[in-house]
Ligand binder design. Sequence first.
Ligand code: ADP
Ligand code: MG
Length: 602
Amino acid sequence: MEEAKQLFKKLKIHTLLDLALLVPTSYNDTTLTLHPELGKINTLEAKVIDSSVYQGKLRITFMLTQSQRRISSMFFKVTPYHHKLFEVGSSHVIQGKLEQYKGYWQMSQPKSIKQVGKITSKYKTVLKESEISSLIEVYISEQNLYNEGLDSKEVSTLIHLHFPKSIEEVYSEGKLKNDLVNTLKFIEAYNHLKKLRGKKTDFLPMHTLTGNCQPFVNALPFKLTTEQKHVISEIKQDLANENKAAKRMVVGDVGSGKTMVILASVMMALPYKSILMAPTSLLALQLYEESCKHLPSSVNIALVMQGKDKGCYQDADFIIGTHALLYKEDLPQASLVMVDEQHRFGTKQRAMLEALVSTGKCKPHYIQFSATPIPRTQAMMESELLDVSLITTTPFEREVHTKTITKPDFPNLLEHIQDEISQNHQVLIIYPLVEASTEIPYQSLEESRGFWEGKFENVYLTHGKDKQKEEVLLEFREQGSILLATTVVEVGISLPKLTLIVIVGAERLGLATLHQLRGRVGRNGLKSWCYLYSNFKASERLTQFTKTTNGFDIAKLDLKFRDSGDILDGTIQSGQKFKWLDMGEDEDVVARAKSRLGSVKV
Ligand code: ADP
Ligand code: MG
C-alpha cells in the first residue's frame, strides 16, 4: 500500500479514476498472426534452418511453420546469447516487422516470444513498465470501478482498454474507437467533478442578510436588464441563507453592468457592512464615485487607497479599496466581501482578504466579479466549488466594427484616425513592446512615438512600468487625442470618448486579451472601430474574432484555437487540462456527469 502511494505520487495522481484514465499508448500483441502482412508487426512460428556470421552480424534463416516459407533475419549487436538462442534446429515464435527484399521475406532483429497469445498494454509514464503494469493490475478491477459510481458500459470500456482480449476491441484503423473516446470523455468529466466536490466546504454565514434593494433599483436613472435583475435575485437568496455563507462568482463581459449588481448587494447587506476590493486605484476611485452617485446618501461610503483615503472606513457601511485594504489592521468586520475584476488578483491576495475579514467558524458572504468570460462548460465545472452567475448581455448594444488590416491599409487608417479626432473622439493604439527589439517584427512604443507626435496633436503615451500611468490616463481622458500604450491598459478607467483602437501585432495576442482591449472602445454606445494590425495575412482565428463581440462566444473560440500557432506571447494558458474532454463542445457530457454525481454520495 505504502509503495502504491509513492507510485501514485510520482504519477501525480490522486484517485482510482485518475489511474484508470491513464490509457495505454500502445499494445503488445503476441497472438499468432494467421495471415502475414508486409510492413506490419507479425508474430509467427518458425524453426531455425541456417545460421551464419557475416561482417560481425549474425544472419539467421528461419522456416515458417505455417507456410513453409523462408525468412531471413539479421542481428546487429550479437552476443553469445544470440548464437545459443537461435541454434540451428530450434523452434521459436518470432515477432517483428515483416519486409520483402527482392522477393525474399525478411524480419530484422525479431524477438523470440515466450508467452504466446497475450496482449500487453504499454504505458508512457514516469514509472517503470513493471511498476505501472502492476498498479493497473491491482487497482483496475470491475469491482473497484463500480465502486467509483461508473455504470457497466463505462466499467467495461476501461477494462477493455487496459486488458483487451483483442486489438479490434479497442482500435479501429489504428485509432481509439469513437464510442470509447466518448465514454472516456464522460469518465474524465465525472472524475474531475467528483474531485471538485470533495474539495467543497461550506461555512456558516456571519449574518443572514435581508436588506431591501428595491428603493435603490427604483431610483436608478435606467432600468436594470433582465440578467442584472436575475443575478441580483440569486444573490438575494444567497445572502438570506442561514446555513451557508455565499460563495459566488458573477461573470460578465466588460460593460455588462456588474457595478449595479455590486451596489444592489451592498443595499441587501444593510445594516451590516460590505467591503469591495478592486485591482487598481483608478478602478477603486471610479467605483467610489459611482457608489456616491447611485447609493442613497444615508449609506456611509469610504475609500481606502495607499496614502489617500476618503471618509472614515471604521464607521462606513461600504468600504471600497485596493489591496491596501489587506494591510489595514483595524478594518472592521464585514458581512459581505466582494472582489471586482477578480481575475486581476492573485489567489493569495484574494485569500488574504477573505481571511482578514472572517472570524472563527463563520465567514462573510463572498462574491467575486470577473470580466473574463468562460465557456458555459467551464462554468458548469466551476460551479462545483462556487456558484456561478453569467451575464451574457450588455445594457445597450455596442456598435464596434472589427477589421483585420495590413500595411497597405495604413493610409486609410490614418485618414480614419484623423476623422475620429476631428469629431472630438479619442484613439488608442496598442504596441507590443515599450522599447525596440529585434525579436518582434513591429515597432515599439518608443520607436513609433515620433511618428504620431509629428502627425497629430495631443498624443499621450503610457505603459505598464510607467509610474505616472494613472496621471497620464486621467489627463488623456480630459484632453487627449491619441493614446499610445501597451496591453496594460486592459483594465483602467473607462474612456467614454474612445471610438477607435488599433492593436499592432494582433496575431501575437490571445483572443481573451484582444477582447478585453476591444472592450475599451464604444463604452457609451458611440459607433466604434477596432483594427487588428498585422504584418501577416489574417489567420482564421483573427477572422473569426472580427465576427463576434460576445465574450462567451470568444471564450469558445479561444478554446478552439488554443493550439493555434499564431500566439507567441503566452497569453493563452499553455496545455489543456483535459485529455479527452473538449470544453468548447462537450457541454452535454459535463451535464450528464453532473447529474450522475447528483445521485452519488461522495
Ligand atoms: P462592468 O463593470 O460590467 O464592466 P459597468 O458596471 O461599469 O460594467 O457598466 C457599464 C456602464 O453601463 C456604466 O456606465 C453603467 O452606469 C451603465 N449601466 C449599467 N447597467 C445599465 C442598465 N441596465 N442600463 C443602462 N446603462 C447601464
Ligand atoms: Mg466593472
